[in-house]
Design a protein around this ligand. Sequence first.
Ligand SMILES: Cc1ncc(COP(=O)(O)O)c(C=O)c1O
Length: 464
Amino acid sequence: MTERPEHESAPAQRPQTPARQRRAHTTARDLERYAGLFADRTKVMRSSAMRDMMEITARPEVISLAGGLPDTSTFPSDSFAAQMTRIAQESAAQALQYGPTEGFARTKECIREVMGAEGMNPDPDDIIVTTGGQQALDLITKTLVNPGDVVIAEGPTYPGVLPTLYAYEAQTLQVEVDEDGMRVDLLEELLDRLHAEGRRPKFIYTVPSFQNPAGVTLSDERRRRLVEIARERELLVVEDNPYGLLRYEGEPEDTLYKLDGGDFVIYLGTFSKILSPGIRLGWLCAPPPVMEKVVLGKQSSDLCTSTLSQYFVDEYFAEGRWMAYIESLRGVYRSRRDVMLDALERHFPTEATWSRPEGGLFLWATLPSYIDTTDLLARALRDNVAFVPGAGAFVDGRGQSSMRLNFSAANEDEIREGIRRIGRVIAEQVELYGALNRDAEPAPREESGPGGEVVPMRRRPGSR
Ligand SMILES: Cc1ncc(COP(=O)(O)O)c(C=O)c1O
């Protein structure tokens, strides 16, 4: 398995530092003393489903299909060493200095190259370099959302956006996703309903390509309609696209940003999945009035994104091999996806369905409705295997019979073994349910509502 950094090891193996001992002995009275100081917004802050699990899944004996980690062991270490040495020899003083809040012009040129590979041509002034795509999400929400404002997201949505929406006290409404991405017809119905109530959503958040967590891609037709809707109703769409270049088969669709030209679509990108999440470098493209506020928001947040990381990216792109690295990643992840799909066919019950992503890092599996994947995870962890329970991708606990499975971080043998173990735990549950209900009528499968409960996914042609 990929080696984990020391700071991510299991709590049991950690030395008991004085700070840890103090935390372990925090009393109710201690908590009360601080509680009076907390801002109201802390009451609605929530942790993300994936972050909560990182500590458990970092244990070396656990096969984690839970995280969204790219396989950074594939990055050539000699190339990394050469780039860092060059920076140290030629630009140490600048690389160790603060930089502009908007990011360096050279880094923006790298971003323009990446976006150019998907047919986009943003103005450098419309780009701000951020500390990962996650900060871009935080900044755009900070810029646009007052407490109680409506934000529309997909159902399921990226679990990591939910803590941001909670922190800014947005009211999140989710629109069901099927195998062609967000149900834009349901979105229109929802927008009509909101309009009748005199409410205007601040933005529509979507991950149109190889969605995290469902692995599905918004069809070309729906993309065009979504952009039309945004333009007709003058609504903002936030397009989050970390995975667009990680396509393993099929033809690329136009991005929403390309279709719209950047008036109503705000675009979020990141180097995390095509280079490294450790460098914490992402970006946001927005029209000038929005950008002005985003820059102010970033100044108060971190002054500027890591100068050293920007220098690293500049050096890396100057080598001219960034696309070749992405091609190598595509090969690795395509095989791992195929191994996972094959293992699912072998080990998951006939009642289960799952998506068949053409790219990205995840697929979404849905089990019989009597299985709760949060409970199932507790059982699976005893067998040292982890996944993200589907409820973490909804604001209201739906998705409880679904799970997100990652196929980029574990190697092929681990994926086979991990799915075999999860399949065994599911089989136990199916058997138990069968034994308890032998004489009873089978439980009816719940219909999915407009918020998107269980997402039945199309099976691979020729599969069961
Ligand atoms: C859809 C989506 N948005 C944003 C992020 C955040 O990525 P980062 O902050 O590493 O750029 C992720 C990470 O998995 C993601 O899947």
